[in-house]
Design a protein around this ligand. Sequence first.
Ligand code: ADP
Ligand code: MG
Length: 252
Amino acid sequence: MAEQLLQINGLKVSAEDKEILHGIDLTVNRGETHVLMGPNGAGKSTLGYALMGNPNYMATQGSIRFDGKDITEEAADKRAKEGIFLSFQNPLEVPGISLGSFIRSALEQRRGEKLRLWDFRREMKKAMDVLQMEESYGDRDLNVGFSGGEKKKAEILQLLMLRPTLAILDETDSGLDVDAVRTVSRGVEEYQKNEKGSLLIITHSTKILEALKVDYTHVMVDGRIVATGDGSLVEEINAKGFEAYCREAIHG
Ligand code: ADP
Ligand code: MG
């Protein structure tokens, strides 16, 4: 088992022939939590999609290694199976597939074996309790008619059930009321503690970070990581804003 779980080296990513990421270097070790901040349009979501293997985002240069293996050219489903999870900024609605059966089949894919319904239900109930979700949500079509907060909870439910090795959370806390942020944060905390999983948290707010251990903070501006620090950098960014970092990115 490699200590370095994720190694991104000189990664350039394009979408529709436009280069969005201009050379990203980032290493995430096992069990570490990294926070990625930056102004709108900086390329944060693009990095998440590129890590997940979204075919619309092409790595034109550099490499992504996961668990010691080069996955730069690997398809999204294989990456998911190997333990990379991306919680979407805008979760998709999937009519005709219930939240429960969606998670169950993803879990069976990941574990490579069928799950007994009762074992699955018991596990799911436990995770739903953490998130204060009614069990009946499991029978509802995935995200269809879910409120913004419920969609985000459904994402964290997947996180708790799938127990990925690396979880990328793309603004999972945005647009939530204070109670929902606290619930989502509790779910992430549970993942941090129980799974000793690694996290890359993309966020604009510090609310979700309050109860979490943060090892590193990175600032992304215009497709580049322009500053890296420890957890306290989050406070500094909040105080200074991104503008100072943007100036450095242009002139430095
Ligand atoms: P962030 O998540 O930091 O707000 P994004 O990664 O969503 O930023 O977007 C970074 C830049 O890339 C933006 O200028 C955006 O318009 C552009 N972009 C993102 N996805 C695509 C795409 N599929 N096709 C073309 N341009 C894109
Ligand atoms: Mg984004």
